[in-house]
Design a protein around this ligand. Structure first.
Ligand SMILES: Cc1ncc(COP(=O)(O)O)c(C=O)c1O
Length: 501
């Protein structure tokens, strides 16, 4: 990539810690700025085709149409687009993304959403059904995660997704600590914890203290112990972590936090609706939930392996007192007495209704069966990868399978897989790729197709190194430390592009 060439010369020679500073200095030189601008525009133009495929084909609206379109016309356009995009996920080509996706299940959820399209849980008086659904979603999720086996009361709220659950947990601990006089709150997370914790630290003004993971990609407990100080308000562990699907030593970490009088959050956004069933099926699942006395909060995403429609998650706390720090209330506003449990004001009740419907219609037996299918498929995929001599596995995981290579550039493999229709996840530090196995991969032949395509992709990447375009060079560039500020800028430009008509 020219952008990399342009900068790597001057930046490579300096201390990586100064690279960001040097980059902003270089950027101020008019000639460099012009060259950079041209390079960025080039890279973004290369992305445009995949991000905005409908530009040349469909009319784009920059202003409201004079006359509203016919309902039938709008629906037929949308059905056409949804149909075209279905190929990407329905056949099991995506890592994660759609966790259930069977026709009958989708039709059922869509009916529930249609029934509740006007519902707003903010108006509990108008829609008491919404509060019934949400209270029961929290209760069912906490029971699944050990609430019945502790004397403490486990409470929670429904949120819009894993990120909101995490944002709220961090805000809750910050506010609890503030009430205790801690003015410079710090939070300790393994480097593999979801980036939503970084986002929370950024939004809510906490200092992030990252601890490394060991050779098995599990949080280093001794490092966490050494990092705790009197400003620490929260220690985090994942069950499992997004990158490598590994479960942190939650028992040790939560005991450590409890011993120092600090809160501990298990992020089970990804595994909350898999691990309890995996444990019942006899898979080795270390303790991670409210059965551990030091676990003071948990997040579990209903819109992932809970098989709800997109847009719900559950945040849970040990005790009402802690949950109170999450709430917002206003008693002086001219608009009336106001309270809100989560970040949003008005919320889509349809999604809570669909979440409740997904949970009660799947039932324990449904989750057990789905988990069994997913874990068997994950075993198949794992053993297939293990047979490919140029790849190696990262960490010991149940259903998120991460692999890297010493023999080929793994990002070239990622790109070759993309050319075969696969939407996998690129990881870095170290370079790797993962697939989160869902029910979409359990259909006949999908795991076999994955292994065959992977074998072919590795072969191609080996035979023609450095030739794949797409994401491969961007990841390559992200891996070179001095170019990091460039990658951040590229990401911002990518987001700009998403919102361009
Ligand atoms: C472990 C973990 N935590 C949090 C999240 C964030 O969830 P969301 O994308 O729903 O905000 C994810 C998403 O994959 C995750 O894997």
């Amino acid at each position: 990539m020219d952008l990399e060439k342009l900068l790597s010369g001057p930046l490579k020679r300096i201390n990586p810690r100064l690279a960001g500073w040097a980059y902003s200095g270089l950027r101020r030189i008019p000639l460099v700025r012009r060259r950079l601008e041209a390079e960025f525009n080039d890279v973004v133009a290369g992305m445009e085709e995949s991000v905005k495929p409908y530009r040349d084909e469909l009319s784009s609206y920059r202003r409201l149409p004079d006359d509203g379109l016919d309902h039938a016309e709008v629906l037929s356009l949308m059905a056409d687009l949804a149909g075209r995009e279905e190929a990407g996920w329905k056949g099991g080509f995506a890592s994660g993304a759609v966790y259930h996706g069977e026709d009958g299940h989708i039709a059922f959820l869509s009916n529930v959403i249609a029934l509740h399209s006007q519902v707003n849980p903010l108006h509990a008086d108008l829609w008491p059904s919404a509060t019934k659904f949400e209270a029961e979603i929290v209760a069912m999720t906490s029971t699944m995660l050990g609430a019945a086996e502790t004397e403490d009361e486990i409470v929670g709220t429904v949120t819009s997704g894993g990120t909101e659950s995490i944002l709220l947990a961090v805000k809750t601990y910050r506010d609890q600590a503030a009430a205790q006089g801690i003015k410079r709150p710090e939070m300790i997370t393994p480097v593999t914890a979801h980036v939503a914790f970084d986002k929370a630290a950024h939004y809510f003004g906490l200092k992030m203290v990252k601890v490394p993971v060991d050779g098995d990609y599990r949080a280093d407990v001794a490092a966490a112990a050494a990092a705790i100080n009197r400003n620490t308000v929260l220690v985090v562990g994942s069950a499992p972590a997004f990158p490598h699907g590994t479960i942190d030593p939650i028992e040790e970490l939560s005991a450590l936090a409890a011993g120092r009088g600090v809160g501990f959050h298990t992020d089970a956004c990804l595994g909350g609706f898999v691990l309890p069933w995996a444990e019942r099926l006899g898979y080795p699942v270390p303790p991670f939930d409210f059965r551990l006395p030091g676990v003071t909060s948990m997040s579990a995403d209903t819109h992932k392996y809970g098989y709800a429609a997109k847009g719900t998650s559950v945040i849970m706390y040990r005790g009402r007192e802690l949950r109170r720090h999450q709430y917002f209330t206003a008693s002086e506003w001219p608009g009336g007495l106001y309270f809100s449990p989560t970040l949003a004001g008005s919320r889509p009740g349809s999604l809570s209704a669909a979440c409740w419907a997904a949970m009660v219609s799947t039932g324990e037996k449904g989750y057990l069966e789905a988990t069994a299918r997913i874990l068997e498929t994950a075993d198949l995929i794992r053993s297939g990868i293990e047979k490919l001599p140029d790849l190696h596995m990262l960490g010991d995981s149940l259903f998120v399978i991460a692999f890297g290579s010493e023999a080929v550039d793994i990002y070239q493999v990622l790109q070759r897989m993309a050319e075969r229709g696969w939407s996998l996840t690129g990881l870095h530090h170290p370079p790797a790729v993962h697939i989160a196995v869902t029910l979409r991969h359990t259909a006949d032949g999908v795991a076999q197709r994955f292994i065959k395509d992977l074998e072919d992709s590795v072969g191609e990447a080996k035979a023609h190194p450095g030739e794949a375009g797409g994401v491969a060079p961007v990841y390559g560039m992200a891996a070179t430390v001095p170019a990091r500020a460039v990658v951040d800028e590229l990401l911002e430009r990518y987001v700009d592009l998403l919102f361009e008509v």
